[in-house]
Design a binder for this molecule. Sequence first.
Ligand SMILES: NC(=O)c1ccc[n+]([C@@H]2O[C@H](COP(=O)([O-])OP(=O)(O)OC[C@H]3O[C@@H](n4cnc5c(N)ncnc54)[C@H](O)[C@@H]3O)[C@@H](O)[C@H]2O)c1
Ligand SMILES: [Zn+2]
Ligand SMILES: [Zn+2]
Length: 344
Amino acid sequence: MLVRVVATGLCHTDLTVPTMLPQEMLPTVVGHEGTGVVERVGSAVAGIEVGDHVVMSFRSCRACEPCKAGDVGYCEQSLLLNYLGMRADGSTTMRRADGDGTVFGSFFGQSSLARHALAYADNCVVVDKALDLTRLAPFACGFQTGAGTVLNVLDPSPEEPIVVFGAGAVGLAAIAVARGAGLETVVAVDPVAARRALAEEYGAHAVDPADETADETAGPVEERVKALTGGGAAYAIDTTALAPVVLQAQRSLRPRGLLVALGLGAAEYTIDAIDLLQSGKIVRSSIEGEADPLVTIPELIALREAGRFDVDHLVTTYPFERIADAVADAKAGTVVKPVLVWGE
Ligand SMILES: NC(=O)c1ccc[n+]([C@@H]2O[C@H](COP(=O)([O-])OP(=O)(O)OC[C@H]3O[C@@H](n4cnc5c(N)ncnc54)[C@H](O)[C@@H]3O)[C@@H](O)[C@H]2O)c1
Ligand SMILES: [Zn+2]
Ligand SMILES: [Zn+2]
């Protein structure tokens, strides 16, 4: 489909991936939290019409074994469909106006940091036209990943404590859905005071990792998490992609606890092998919180409608011309989820 983009969220992955790409894949257009209005529909698309409002998420082939089992995040074609900068047949969807060189795109089957996106039936969710697309953009990735991890991977019972390292867009979405589901004890660890304050608004306990050095009575982060969770969290989520933090997260768990490391950027993590063995802990990762966007995004929209996924205030909108400010503010931690708005 050709989609006129209305709003695009900035995810940390949009900032990390270009730094990981080989030189020959630049320039590339990223953006994978797009929303917009369908302007044209290809002949192979069923069930989506011109004028429909869509949220654009990640692609999957929907034919391989993982896809057929519902694990679309682990589609055998995922690399090709989301990251290689071109269509499956090797052609690119964009070109420079001066004709000088290739522009790579098709990022997550959209490259939606643009006025128009070419997207697919397998990554587009049709949504109610009454909904505000500037608030729904982060449902495509960041919010889906944090909330999906809690709902699909952890599936906790109300008395099981959770700790979230990194109260950014992914972490706060996890906290929002956990509290919305009635979880009694949620702990957020983040060095940024404003982000801890947002976590506290959800009823989470907040831990400042900087206290460990600033206040010697505070003790190590993992000890403070253990004190707040009655001996350790049943579940930990890492969104920092920082190896020392992932280790803290593992050590914050109670025996048999589960850590899900969601961050992108570190090449290696350190695992405390003795603790892992003695305590029967599990350390794993997850693509997009095991979500199938066509299932999870409507579920999250319904939870939002029901007042159990309260994330609208995490969004700060910017006219698209101010993308550099949006990136700077995201990096500085002064906004949680910048969303670029493209106008008519
Ligand atoms: N697994 C997936 O499918 C998936 C999907 C979306 C995003 N991601 C990744 O998830 C990560 C989080 O994305 P985001 O958009 O929420 O980013 P973000 O930058 O908004 O959040 C990261 C948070 O970590 C905090 N932090 C920094 N140092 C810390 C420390 N020592 N202890 C605790 N917290 C600390 C930061 O203050 C920030 O609030 C990124 O690495 C992103 O690439 C993964
Ligand atoms: Zn597949
Ligand atoms: Zn993302």
